[in-house]
Design a protein around this ligand. Structure first.
Ligand code: 6CS
Ligand code: FE
Length: 292
């Protein structure tokens, strides 16, 4: 039986105490000198005003509505229900559930950026739609995605990028994405062990892997907080280690975004660094086939 050696754990987390350490990985692994990636390198994010045309947005919105109305999708373990209502909160693995979203993943407008940032071929570590319906949908508390993807999915290095594409208008009022600019250069190892089957709870309301008030105060004081607003079709690329979150949405206007997470094929998932077992592969992919 071949045993793959587990790469060193450069980012210890979920131990007895919270540990803050500097990032030990580049932000832009590919063309680090590229002018259009300089802001991404500095801030950890990059916004694209109109990644999708209004016609494309219509197609994706219709597909999302179709998925949300399909009882088979609601019954699927890849659909996560809101903690306070029976509304669907997220649908994972949309690129496998839907031919329309599968096309998005192969779109060169996405792939070219992901490959330039990560400096290699890429595969999809995770895809999801966060529906965030109106009238009280819960937000996502402050967290670093990498902290979870390292601890629970076994991604060794910070060589992963997310793109969030707005499928509805992201107003200042309906629970938009907030990122602390520059926070991607600090790794916050969180205190507290990962419970077994944590994903059943964490995708509704994350507990393990959330920073302390003191750490958040320090980071927010140092970096500030940027709220992302924009029309449907706009997009935000953000580094896996940005400290980010989003508030509840009590307006009547849903804030639905589709997220694709590209990981470098050189950074394929190994065993979890701080969890008893792997998460299901619809959350943390185990198929490392390069996209496109
Ligand atoms: O646990 C995860 O993988 C998911 N949780 C959040 C709040 N953001 C990243 C990711 O979708
Ligand atoms: Fe996140």
């Amino acid at each position: 039986m071949t045993t793959t050696t587990q790469p060193a754990d450069l980012y210890p987390t979920r131990g007895a105490t919270e540990v803050i350490s500097p990032r030990q990985d580049p932000v832009v692994w590919g063309e680090s000198g590229a002018a259009d990636l300089r802001d991404y390198d500095r801030d950890g994010f990059l916004t694209v005003d109109q990644l999708m045309t209004p016609t494309e947005v219509k197609t994706y919105r219709a597909e999302l509505d179709r998925l949300l109305a399909d009882p088979a999708v609601r019954a699927d373990e890849r659909a996560v229900i809101e903690p306070k209502s029976q509304e669907i909160r997220s649908v994972f693995e949309v690129h496998k559930l839907s031919e329309v979203f599968a096309g998005l993943v192969r779109d060169t407008r996405l792939l070219d950026y992901a490959r330039r940032i990560l400096g290699s071929d890429v595969y999809v570590h995770q895809s999801r739609v966060n529906v965030k319906p109106g009238f009280g949908a819960s937000g996502f508390y402050w967290h670093s995605d990498f902290e979870t993807w390292h601890a629970e999915d076994g991604l060794p290095r910070m060589r992963t990028v997310s793109v969030s594409i707005a499928l509805t208008e992201n107003h200042a009022t309906n629970g938009g994405l907030m990122i602390m600019p520059g926070s991607h250069r600090t790794f916050l190892g969180c205190a507290g062990e990962t419970p077994a089957d944590n994903y059943r709870q964490s995708l509704k309301m994350q507990e393990a892997g959330t920073p302390s008030d003191a750490a958040l105060t320090e980071l927010a004081g140092r970096h500030g907080i940027k709220l992302f607003t924009g029309p449907a079709g706009s997009a935000t690329w953000f580094d896996c280690n940005c400290m980010h979150g989003s508030g509840d949405n009590i307006t009547p206007f849903p804030r639905s975004n589709v997220f694709i997470v590209f990981n470098s094929v050189e950074n394929a998932a190994v065993e979890p660094y701080a969890a008893p077992v792997r998460r299901p592969d619809f959350i943390g992919a185990r198929d490392f086939e390069p996209v496109g």
